[in-house]
Design a binder for this molecule. Structure first.
Ligand code: ADP
Ligand code: MG
Length: 380
């Protein structure tokens, strides 16, 4: 940045040819110096999108963690959050039932097309219009309880385990109490009449929803953030990076010591331990959906945040966690949710139809995975 502004300044001064030559040599010298600089490691742990984000960036060109943090915050604020008035999703939701077609950015439109297609391909196991049912389950209150910032806790500046461990926060609640009201069957039945991806219309860059319907990108937003981060860091020619946004992780480039990236797969029965590790090279997107991420126990029954759109209740397909590895953040995140709802057999088929690798941990503790995943996974 500095070198560019120095160069501009010099051009504007309209000096003689000799001076230009000196300036040119000076600037190229600086660039050469920057290109050969030492690779430094930069770490940041933060709260964004209602979850913990961890960054490890290896860079020759200084600290990029603040820029990455801004990408996530801006994405949430300007595009994805249904809570933040004026975001694209909030504008779409506010217009539901008015007959108005809301124009959205090209990027978001393309992402909605991907999510609508996945909603269809998964037979509705993933449903981008789940919001009315998700709202009933008070999932956001659980999420707020999970968020250390909401508790006024101090956020550590760095987290050396970022690379080793996908986040697994246990549920705690702002008032110390879990939500006591589980929605009634009547409420759920009514809310279900306000869901259904078939009713979402996407036409020529515009989005329209019928009355009482609403979009919920909670199951794909963190993966979308990983896509945006990857695009930015590729542009910066960063040496290497591993960044997690909640249960979604992106790896880029290399580690300076030449060893592979390591992504831990959490043990659903003991979230402080891992069942194994994925060893990955280069650019990868990995997302995990688990029933231990956000949940509440009422009368001995665990209610978690991944819903079966067919019933309106937490998905009960015999799995405790699904990890997806692929070359797209939005797909890794959305597929992990879809596969959780579908269960091992159908989930595996869906992942394979998308060219993604999948790893399932079922309720008995069995681990099963696509053939392609086997080369990356080592059990602990
Ligand atoms: P996490 O947010 O913990 O990474 P997921 O990616 O699985 O977990 O997304 C869960 C969130 O997505 C929920 O909080 C809810 O907002 C939404 N959601 C829940 N079930 C579904 C579903 N079947 N299809 C689409 N979105 C869902
Ligand atoms: Mg997901």
């Amino acid at each position: 940045m500095h070198t560019i502004s120095i160069a501009k300044g010099i051009v504007e001064m309209k000096r003689k040819t000799k001076d230009f030559l000196i300036a040119f040599l000076l600037v190229s010298g600086l660039l050469l110096f920057a290109g050969c600089g030492k690779v430094e490691r930069y770490l940041m742990t933060d709260i964004a999108m209602g979850t913990v984000t961890n960054q490890t960036i290896y860079s020759r060109d200084g600290d990029l963690t603040l820029e990455v943090r801004d990408i996530i915050l801006k994405l949430e604020q300007d595009e994805l959050s249904w809570r933040i008035e004026g975001s694209e999703v909030a504008r779409i939701n506010a217009a539901a039932g008015s007959g108005v077609y809301t124009s959205v950015s090209e990027r978001l439109y393309q992402e909605l097309e991907i999510l609508l297609k996945l909603s269809k391909d998964s037979g509705g196991a993933f449903d981008v219009t789940i919001r009315p049912v998700a709202a009933l389950w008070n999932i956001d209150v659980w999420a707020a309880g999970e968020n250390p910032a909401a508790e006024g806790n101090q956020i550590p500046e760095t987290n050396p385990t970022a690379e080793e461990n996908q986040t697994a926060e246990e549920g705690t609640f702002p008032d110390g109490q879990p939500p006591s009201i589980i929605p009634t069957q009547e409420q759920i039945t009514l809310a279900l009449t306000h869901t259904g991806y078939e009713n979402l219309s996407l036409t020529e860059g515009t989005v329209m929803l019928p009355k009482d319907m609403a979009l919920d990108l909670g199951a794909a937003g963190k993966g979308i953030a990983c896509d945006r981060i990857a695009a930015y860091l590729r542009e910066q020619s960063v040496y290497g990076a591993v960044i997690s946004v909640g249960g979604s992780v992106v790896t880029i480039g290399k580690k300076p010591d030449g060893t592979p990236w390591q992504i831990g797969i959490v043990n659903p029965w003991d979230t402080s331990s891992l069942v194994g590790i994925l060893y990955l090279e280069g650019e990868n997107f990995v997302s995990t959906s688990g029933d231990y991420e956000r949940y509440v126990e009422v009368d001995g029954v665990r209610y978690h945040h991944i819903l079966n759109p067919a019933t309106g209740y937490p998905a009960d397909s015999g799995v405790r966690s699904v990890t997806i590895l692929c070359d797209s953040g939005i797909l890794s995140d959305a597929l992990s949710t879809a596969c959780f709802v579908l269960g091992v057999e159908e989930g595996m088929a869906l992942a394979e139809s998308y060219g993604a690798e999948a790893l399932f941990i079922d309720t008995e503790g069995n681990i099963s995975m696509t053939d392609g995943m086997k080369q990356f996974f080592k059990e602990k």
